[in-house]
Design a protein around this ligand. Structure first.
Ligand code: ADP
Ligand code: ZN
Length: 530
């Protein structure tokens, strides 16, 4: 018998030491565990790697009966169960990948009281058959992992999770714990409401990752900028490079390989065997750079990831936090680097416009994007902005992000914004024309390009009124006006349009403050890296 007989004290700290081989609890693990062992409900917010699993695994071992764990990560269930079995914990799982016979064996073990932990995919709990099976055994607690999946407001909503509100109605006496690594205050409130956890105790861990240095740079030649980062700061280091599309994953990985870096691609378009092989090389070998879409990373636990680089803008701050959080799990200095440009804003806005779902859904996506853009354009501490998103305050500045290390200046861009917006206004109202950023900037800079002459744009009164700024400064201005909602974009070609807020700027009712991009760019030249 695992615990030395039925009467051996099943105290939490004893289980931690004897079963899991750790000497002490971390953070608020002990408090959470005590609360659950006593039969209380809990909502646990803890960053990835914080040690959420033990918060329900230990109570499940201490309490009488089986702990039922709801998890959407079907691909990880086998590993989790294997790891538990290896330390002598009786665990099983039920999901759609199993054949009926295997499922029956697990169900029988549960009903016979032979399991300490049972992992279930959320869709299982929607069936009456599963509910009846749970009634036939003894459930010690329900743990709802990745609980943010219940929140429509969040970024990872899964409809199957909505059915979990029924747990409380059907088994009111069984304590429940919902756990997530990612939840803003709004998402947290929605989790509590939807899972009927209003009266649960909330445990919110410290989300700060002081060893991660946050940097967000203007994007001009992203692959070259990335290569420079790797060569100057992360030679031979393991890291993850996130790209939005499969094509850019493939191209970027190839580019890095061509430049002597051990890079591998990972995205849903590769066959399962290749994906598994690449992931396992990344985990086992030193110094592999994984170039991936966001399909990569869930449940990947590699402590010495020294950098996470984003070549495209994440869709939300939560996503950004989650992805950058894969760096530096070992606590050693690590870099979170994001290259971000005008095209990202245009592209993401377009993705939202063309996304499936109703208007409310698109509005939510837009709010998520706006928060991400605000983080990119802030002149204040990135860490403070990031943690504020999770309801956490940072005193003063962190000293370990680009804005703290190299404070950007802000400048009054009201006049520049007026020049830009009135150019767009004139084109539209005088000529019924709409153009993208390139043409507008050529007009402002007074460039006699073929396209300018063809459309007679050199005859406009605004032609050449913007020579006080460089092209890069104009692009930064467009980008920031888009980010601030003072300018809109539409269609496949990213044509610029005015918004209601643009009128306030044109009508001199609104001042526009802009972030000054650092001028040490672009430092990469084609000759220094090939
Ligand atoms: P999360 O689910 O929050 O991402 P895990 O539960 O997977 O995190 O834990 C992350 C790592 O930390 C695991 O390797 C786990 O074994 C380890 N860990 C958790 N709690 C402790 C502890 N009290 N002492 C030492 N290691 C711990
Ligand atoms: Zn800072």
């Amino acid at each position: 018998e695992l615990f030395g007989g039925r009467d051996a004290p099943r105290d939490a700290i004893g289980v931690l030491r004897r079963v899991f081989g750790y000497s002490d609890f971390r953070g608020s693990q002990q408090e959470i565990i005590d609360h659950l062992v006593d039969g209380g409900d809990a909502l646990v917010l803890m960053p990835t790697g914080g040690g959420k699993s033990l918060c329900y695994q230990i109570p499940a071992l201490v309490r009488q009966g089986t702990g039922v764990v709801v998890s959407p990560l079907i691909a990880l269930m086998q590993d989790q169960v294997d790891a538990l079995n290896a330390v002598g914990v009786r665990a099983g799982f039920l999901n759609s990948t199993q054949d009926p016979e295997t499922r029956r064996v697990v169900e029988a073990a549960f009903v016979a009281g032979e399991l300490d932990l049972l992992y279930l995919a959320p869709e299982r709990l929607r069936t009456e058959a599963t509910a009846r099976m749970l009634d036939r055994g003894e459930v010690s607690l329900f743990a709802i992992d990745e609980a943010h999946c219940v929140a429509q407001w969040g970024h990872d909503f899964r409809p199957d999770y909505l059915a979990l509100s029924a747990l409380h109605e059907r088994w009111p006496a069984v304590p429940r714990v919902a756990l997530t690594a990612t939840a803003t205050e709004a998402t947290r409130a929605e989790i509590a409401t939807r899972l009927k956890l209003e009266d649960a105790r909330h445990f919110v861990a410290d989300f700060d990752r002081p060893n991660i240095q946050y940097r967000i740079v203007p994007k001009n030649e992203p692959k070259r900028q990335l290569l420079k980062l790797l060569r100057t700061e992360h030679e031979g280091d393991a890291g993850i490079v996130y790209c939005l599309s499969r094509t850019s994953v493939d191209k970027t990985a190839q580019f890095l390989v061509d430049n002597g870096i051990q890079a591998l691609p990972y995205h849903a378009g590769l066959d399962a065997a290749t994906r598994a092989a690449n992931q396992s090389r990344f985990l086992r070998e030193d110094g592999i750079v994984m170039v991936a879409t966001i399909a990569f990373g869930m449940g990947v636990d590699k402590p010495d990831v020294r950098f996470v680089a984003h070549l495209d803008l994440p869709r939300s701050v939560e996503g950004y936090y989650q992805e950058t959080g894969r760096a530096g799990r070992d606590g050693l200095p690590s870099t979170a680097w994001l290259a971000y440009g005008l095209q990202d804003v245009v592209q993401q806005r377009r993705l939202i416009d063309t996304s499936e779902g109703d208007a409310a859904h698109r509005r939510r996506l837009a709010v998520h994007l706006d928060a991400m853009l605000a983080l990119c354009e802030t002149v204040e501490c990135r860490r403070a902005g990031l943690l504020a998103y999770f309801g956490q305050k940072v005193e003063g500045s962190c000293g370990n992000c680009d804005t703290c290390l190299n404070p950007p200046k802000s400048w009054d861009g009201t006049i520049a914004a007026q020049k830009l917006l009135s150019t767009i206004w004139r084109l539209h109202h005088e000529r019924r024309q709409k153009f993208g950023a390139g043409q507008i900037i050529d007009i402002l800079l007074g460039r006699l390009t073929p396209k300018v002459t063809q459309f007679g744009h050199d005859k406009l009164t605004v032609f050449g009124v913007g020579t006080d700024l460089t092209e890069a400064q104009w692009r930064a201005t467009v980008r920031q006006l888009l980010s601030q909602g003072l300018l809109g974009v539409e269609g496949d070609y990213g044509t610029l349009i005015l918004t209601d807020a643009s009128q306030e700027v044109l009508g001199r009712r609104r001042q526009v403050m802009l972030r000054q991009d650092p001028d040490r760019l672009p430092a990469t030249s084609r000759s220094d890296s090939s």
